[in-house]
Design a protein around this ligand. Structure first.
Ligand code: GLN
Length: 238
């Protein structure tokens, strides 16, 4: 009997150890619907569907870490997470810090403002107070290209949208699909008809993590070929 109990305890211990070895840790920022957001206390979204396919292909259990967007690259490089899917745009600067997969989505940066906004063109952004998400491509764009603007950098888009409603900010610059979701839930806000720039999303891994990157590229290529990423997108934008 004693032996049996010991054996069971050993098995439980072993399962615990194996489980850790058998997990794949995703890092993201879950305030970015439809890519990653909370539904019934669970993180879901297009990126999460993709991450699940990647974990499944490796026969690993997916663990999701929701952190600030500007901490994601650090989390990868310190080895605390295996990969990032966060609607992350490929940029030359980020390419120096992480390795990117093949791209899986195209986006563009748009301006959200109150419906009666007088901003009609890119040059109207001069001298305005602009809200962005800290560390996003919009943050870099406003900081480098619209020097006369005052920038409010928020960790969450929700807070940034509150800044427009309370008139602390004249507008918010962010990605098109998440902007569309945000405006759906805030009827006083609108997406302005002004083109800024386009960008492309990819999965990020720590530099040199080639084995994982090859596997991720295989999964993404298969998902794109099978039109599944479009399917995930439709599911999360209903
Ligand atoms: N696509 C933007 C970027 O990479 C914003 C991503 C995000 O906020 N999750 O900077």
């Amino acid at each position: 009997m004693k032996k049996l109990i010991l054996l069971i305890m050993f098995c439980v211990f072993l399962t615990g150890c194996l489980k850790k070895e058998n997990t794949l840790v995703l890092v993201t920022e879950a305030g970015f619907a439809p890519y990653e957001y909370y539904e019934n206390n669970e993180v879901v979204g297009i990126d999460i569907d993709i991450a699940r396919e990647i974990a499944k292909s490796l026969d690993k259990e997916l663990v999701i870490k929701d952190i600030a967007f500007d901490s994601i690259i650090n989390e990868l490089n310190s080895g605390k997470a295996d990969f990032a899917l966060a609607g992350m745009s490929i940029t030359e600067e980020r390419k120096e810090e992480v390795d990117f997969s093949v791209e899986y989505a195209e986006s563009k940066q748009v301006i959200i403002a109150l419906k009666n906004s007088k901003i009609k063109s890119q040059s109207d952004l001069n001298n305005k107070t602009i809200a962005v998400q800290l560390g996003s491509v919009a943050d870099i764009y406003v900081s480098e290209d619209i020097k006369s603007a005052k920038v409010i950098r928020q960790k969450k888009f929700l807070t940034a949208s509150e800044d427009i409603k309370s008139k602390k900010a004249d507008c918010l610059i962010m990605d098109l699909l998440p902007a569309t979701e945000l405006v759906k839930n805030n009827p006083e806000l609108t997406i302005l008809d002004v083109e800024l720039f386009t960008d492309k999303y990819a999965v990020a891994v720590a530099k040199g993590n080639d084995d994982l990157l090859i596997q991720i590229n295989k999964v993404i290529t298969k998902l794109i070929d099978g039109d599944q990423i479009n399917e995930f997108t439709l599911n999360h934008t209903k």
